[in-house]
Design a protein around this ligand. Structure first.
Ligand SMILES: *Cc1c(COP(=O)(O)O)cnc(C)c1O
Length: 231
């Protein structure tokens, strides 16, 4: 077994036990975050059974996708979205977790071919992360959800968040609870959502106890990332 395969089995077991002790006993999916990892590393994880991979940069993702066309990978885009990248993203990914404004949603909708399955999208919410410019503020979330819901080539599945990094578990819980409250509020208003994309390598067990249905894990699976830019 490779290191990646060993780590994958450990993470899946940890996810299972966290989900079993979570109040909602929800199904939890692992998204393997492969930014800054090689196509070969993705191939290893796929050989060990992992299907869904997340990428943050469209150019980097496309280069790897070209080397992996023989694999039935489900690609998720999870990074900030510039308007001039919406076409690449709409044509080469199944999911987008990081939609946070209407203009981007409209451009993705226009670029997504209507003969494909609709692009599965999450709205990124900015909870208690003052440094982050990404994510819609909770008080503007419902309006954005209403507007996205009528776009025919997008399917709104739920919410994503990247809380401010902290090792304080109480603070992790408080941040995840905020996202969960936004999610529950939309469901009470009648939105048919099933996806809460929260939790990364350092906090995914906590995220699962707060209702995560997708955890996005990079370094715990692949090891530390190489720096993105040469020093
Ligand atoms: C990099 C990244 C992750 C994974 O982070 P790790 O700490 O390596 O697990 C998850 N989500 C997003 C949006 C990321 O950019």
């Amino acid at each position: 077994m490779t290191t990646i395969s060993n780590r994958l089995q450990d993470i899946l077991a940890t996810i299972q036990s966290a989900a079993a002790s979570s109040p909602s006993h929800q199904q939890v999916q692992l998204l393997a975050v492969s930014k800054a990892q090689s196509a070969a590393a993705i191939r290893d994880a796929y050989a060990a059974g992992q299907i869904a991979f997340g990428e943050n940069y469209s150019q980097e993702a496309l280069e790897k996708q070209k080397q992996l066309t023989d694999l039935a990978i489900e690609w998720h885009f999870i990074g900030p979205i510039q308007s001039n990248k919406t076409q690449l993203i709409a044509q080469n990914f199944s999911w987008v977790h990081s939609v946070d404004r209407l203009k981007i949603a409209q451009r993705l909708n226009e670029a997504r071919s209507s003969i494909l399955r609709p692009l599965q999208v999450c709205i990124q919410v900015n909870v208690s992360n003052e440094e982050s410019k990404s994510g819609v503020l909770p008080d503007q979330l419902e309006a954005l959800a209403v507007a996205i819901n009528v776009l025919p080539n997008l399917k709104l599945r739920g919410l994503m968040a990247i809380p401010a990094p902290t090792t304080d578990q109480a603070q992790q819980i408080a941040q995840f609870k905020q996202v969960r409250e936004c999610y529950d509020a939309l469901i009470r208003k009648g939105f048919a959502l099933d996806t809460l994309s929260i939790g990364m390598s350092n906090d995914y067990q906590t995220a699962i106890t707060q209702g995560a249905t997708i955890v996005r894990i990079g370094s715990a699976l692949f090891g530390a990332r190489a720096p993105l830019k040469a020093a």
